[in-house]
Design a protein around this ligand. Structure first.
Ligand code: B16
Ligand code: MG
Length: 224
């Protein structure tokens, strides 16, 4: 196995924007007397904006017309953009900048693979967009994770086969997408949500490319 490229999810991997999505979606749910628990919010990680709204409406037993749904999705995004208006480098998740910089210096091509339509704006705000060779976001895909489209487009744009590409993901849907696309899935975050990943790290602190390669090789040698 040779790792020739890495694809990074955004929310929950590079930056902790999940909490802002949560605040904005909870406010939307409360508009029609509903709610959104933290547990339900976990299920929204990696899910598109409209997919998330559909989930919240269904969970609260609410029917809305196509136009009303578009308005609600637009309002959620306005609130979300307001919440993230002042984010900067300090919002980068611990250790991620060191790994991104190391990979860049090792000339490992990097892609972004995010469901968010705001991803490129956010990468720019936190000052890491220049580290990526290609950025695939929610505007460039038709199918949401767990469909592998976002990662396949990233790998294609880098010219690297999925089998030689690590995908770093914090959501179970993202790990599912990476597996079905034939990538090497590396989970970042809580073990219980990411159990199908080849390896799981609680975060990027003290992680080097070499450590990751060693851990992947060990994990693969244990798999029958
Ligand atoms: P937006 P990721 C995903 O980003 C988030 O995890 C998910 O909660 C959000 O609904 C989705 O982006 C769409 O975001 O409303 O900004 O287009 O984790 O794939 O980087
Ligand atoms: Mg994510």
């Amino acid at each position: 196995m040779k790792v020739e490229a890495c694809i990074f999810d955004l929310d929950g991997v590079i930056v902790d924007t999940a909490r802002f999505h949560y605040v904005a979606w909870k406010r939307i749910a409360q508009l029609f007397g509903g709610d959104l628990s933290l547990e339900q919010n976990e299920k929204l990680k990696g899910v598109s904006r409209m997919g998330s709204l559909e989930y919240i409406l269904k969970a609260n037993n609410i029917q809305k017309s196509h136009e009303e749904k578009s308005e609600l999705a637009k309002l959620k995004n306005e609130w979300y953009l307001e919440l993230i208006s002042s984010i900067d480098q300090s919002e980068l998740l611990p250790g991620v900048i060191n790994l991104l910089t190391e990979l860049k210096s090792l000339k490992i091509p990097l892609a972004l693979g995010s469901a968010s339509r705001n991803a490129i704006k956010i990468l720019h705000k936190i000052g890491v967009d220049h580290l990526f060779h290609t950025m695939i976001d929610g505007n460039l895909v038709e199918k949401s994770k767990p469909d592998p489209e976002v990662f396949l487009k990233g790998a294609k744009s880098l010219g690297i086969k999925p089998a030689n590409c690590i995908v770093f993901e914090d959501s179970s849907k993202g790990i599912e997408a990476a597996i079905s696309g034939g990538f090497i899935p590396v989970g970042i975050g809580e073990d219980s949500n990411l159990k199908n990943a080849t390896i799981i790290y609680s975060g990027f602190q003290n992680l080097t490319f070499d450590t990751i390669l060693t851990d992947i090789a060990k994990a693969k040698s244990r798999t029958p």
